[in-house]
Design a protein around this ligand. Structure first.
Ligand SMILES: Nc1ncnc2c1ncn2[C@@H]1O[C@H](COP(=O)(O)OP(=O)(O)OP(=O)(O)O)[C@@H](O)[C@H]1O
Ligand SMILES: [Mg+2]
Length: 380
């Protein structure tokens, strides 16, 4: 097994896709190293704000394995959306669809000639990434949610059991078998929108009012009191129960890992270097129009600063802000480009576009008037 990657090597590979989020990357790397060594691994729950990199991290693992077929064979991986599980649980044995898909994936990897026993064994040692797990709440607004309860139960069936009754798909013979699912690794992720507010409320105004003490900060010679709150410090299991994650479900996770809010430095790296960054995509578009799009450092920082003012969108805010800046140019790529076909965007361009946006409001921007004026248009 000398050729298995170390956690450090795995983390380095994942970090080419995932900016920051060291704790989550490390946790995932160790889990993957164990899994690839065919060892038992505790399930992981990832909690992090929208746009903080949860799906990106799961994809990075998939890509890492896909790029190395020998590794991929060591652990079949499947990524699903949690609410699909609830829908599927309503029409059949809970978890059966998920096992079927793992089996199909194993068949793709090992070949259609592979004996079913071997495929079942491969599937039962796989990894399941359940994304958007916060969408399967057992209660929503104090009311029980049947779909959520069913989906959590469906997952529990697989997470808990050593003998899951399962009917093989027709291509595999259609018999009823039992599958030992105790070796499956589950990594679940969710944004748990609203959790931040409810925990903040609990420690500042609710049941535990006063436990979060203000700290004194000195800024530019002035002294003021500030509440420094981080979900990681204050979240308890009960907060997740209140959110609608059942205690049985939560207890199946060995590690609950919180992703961090992305700092401006992280956002800048995502914006400039991210694999699917809005800037790169736009540059590819301008190149297709014969134009080289460049952004000065200061302009990039200005965009990042604006994006960081919308922490709830995480890195998604970059796309939204950049779009405000670039959409007028995209309509007329040559407009503003020099004779060599270089379109350089600097801070005044960014400021003008952002100011225009603020003045007009989002809806007005969709009107035709925007394109006519363009971001470099009439200095009204
Ligand atoms: N830590 C990160 N590193 C690199 N890119 C990131 C990171 N966080 C977010 N992004 C970028 O932001 C976008 C959204 O990220 P992602 O889909 O991973 O968010 P998420 O945490 O799954 O959010 P949600 O809870 O809304 O599903 C992607 O385009 C991704 O490239
Ligand atoms: Mg996601």
């Amino acid at each position: 097994m000398a050729d298995l990657p170390t956690p450090l090597q795995i983390a380095a590979a994942l970090s080419r896709r995932v900016v920051g989020q060291n704790e989550a990357v490390r946790e995932m790397s160790v889990a993957l190293a164990k899994k690839l060594a065919n060892l038992r691994v505790g399930n992981i729950l990832l909690i992090g704000a929208s746009g903080s990199g949860k799906t990106t991290l799961m994809r990075a693992v998939e890509e890492l394995l896909a790029a190395n077929p020998a590794l991929a064979l060591r652990s079949t991986v499947l990524r699903v959306h949690a609410n699909v599980l609830g829908e599927e649980a309503e029409i059949g044995l809970p978890g059966a669809k998920l096992l079927t898909r793992l089996l199909e994936r194993a068949r793709q990897q090992l070949g259609a000639e592979t004996p079913v026993d071997r495929l079942l064994n491969q599937a039962a040692h796989g990894m399941v990434f359940v994304d958007e797990v916060d969408k399967i709440r057992a209660y929503v607004g104090g009311q029980p949610s049947i779909a959520g309860i069913r989906a959590q139960e469906a997952l529990l069936t697989l997470i808990e059991n050593e003998a899951v009754p399962f009917r093989l798909p027709d291509w595999a013979g259609g018999q009823r078998v039992t599958v030992d699912s105790s070796e499956l690794l589950f990594v679940c992720a969710g944004a748990f929108e609203g959790l931040y507010d409810s925990v903040f409320h609990r420690v500042t105004a609710g049941q535990d009012k006063g436990v979060l003490k203000p700290v004194t900060v000195v800024e530019e010679g002035r002294v003021r009191e500030e509440l420094q709150f981080s979900l990681r410090d204050w979240m308890r299991s009960e907060d997740l129960f209140d959110y609608g994650i059942t205690p049985q479900f939560l207890s199946r996770f060995d590690a609950v890992v919180m992703l961090e809010p992305l700092a401006e430095e992280h956002l800048l790296r995502i914006f400039l270097q991210g694999a699917d960054s809005a800037l790169r995509q736009s540059q590819a578009y301008f190149a297709s129009q014969g134009i080289k799009l460049e952004l000065t450092d200061a302009a990039a920082r200005r965009i990042v600063r604006e994006a960081s003012r919308q922490p709830r969108l995480g890195a998604r805010a970059l796309k939204e802000v950049f779009r405000r800046v670039i959409r007028g140019h995209e309509f007329e790529p040559r407009n503003g480009a020099n004779s060599e076909g270089l379109l350089a965007i600097d801070t005044p361009d960014v400021d003008r576009a952002l100011a225009l946006f603020r003045r007009r409001g989002d809806s007005a921007i969709s009107s035709a008037g925007w394109n006519a004026a363009g971001p470099g248009g009439a200095p009204s």
